[in-house]
Design a protein around this ligand. Sequence first.
Ligand code: SAM
Length: 271
Amino acid sequence: MALKKLLYKAKVALKDLPDHHKKRLRAVGTRAMNLVPHKGNLEILCLKYGGDKLAQGYLPHYQQAFSPIRKKALTILEIGVGGFDDPHAGGESLRMWRDYFPHSTIYGIDIVDKTSLNEDRLKIYQGDQSDPMFLNNLISEIGTPDIIIDDGSHQNAHVIASFETLFPLLADDGIYVIEDLYTSYWNSMGGGWSNGAETGTSMAMLKQLTDAINYRYIPNRNSHHIDNSVVSVQFFRKLAFVYKGANVTRDPDHVMQDLAKETQYRQSGER
Ligand SMILES: C[S@@+](CC[C@H](N)C(=O)[O-])C[C@H]1O[C@@H](n2cnc3c(N)ncnc32)[C@H](O)[C@@H]1O
């Protein structure tokens, strides 16, 4: 769309201007964006409100995952409001979701008090994403979330702690998204890389979920409470979607037959 491209270029060009020009042009740009009907287009909404989800390349993936459920009345939780230490800054992605999901309520959490950014259908709580007690109390208050997006500290221990607490509390057909997964490979963020054998990183946790999907077929595997509730894990660059659902099989006899073949093979000493 030509208008969209033009507005994007204008936004990039703004970077090198003096602050007072920037401010004035931004105000004009925002007024212009208000005139563009978004029609469920996340790029238009991101250009309107700001945030880095467009530049990070996440929006086409969000669009694909969320467009079938856009008109539903959902409870959506995003970890990380934005604006970091400034209590009055941030909220860009929350506003984008609020407009994109017209019948939903959007909740944000941040370690910094961002409650001054509360608006209609947009409510923010202050708390630490790695604190299970805060997260449990939050869900008791806001109800079962249908979508959770982790765009918080991106510290591996925090990402894992939030997932372990919140995934079991997500709706049975919910979607859990984790952004900026490059930090999984960074020592400075509590991650690392040992040729794929590393443990305790965000990506290691997500890769284990892919085995949970197939848990029935893995002989001698220790069971995990999550085994029956992950139906799909979708990876994109820096981004993953975990789909919750009933991981049931229509044909348990068939599974047993397949497993029996493998057990027999192992016992025959052929390998
Ligand atoms: C990348 S920004 C979020 C951007 C926002 N989601 C957007 O797209 O517009 C990350 C935010 O996470 C917050 N944060 C950092 N550590 C946190 C923690 N332990 N718990 C909750 N929020 C945290 C920061 O204060 C910051 O505002």
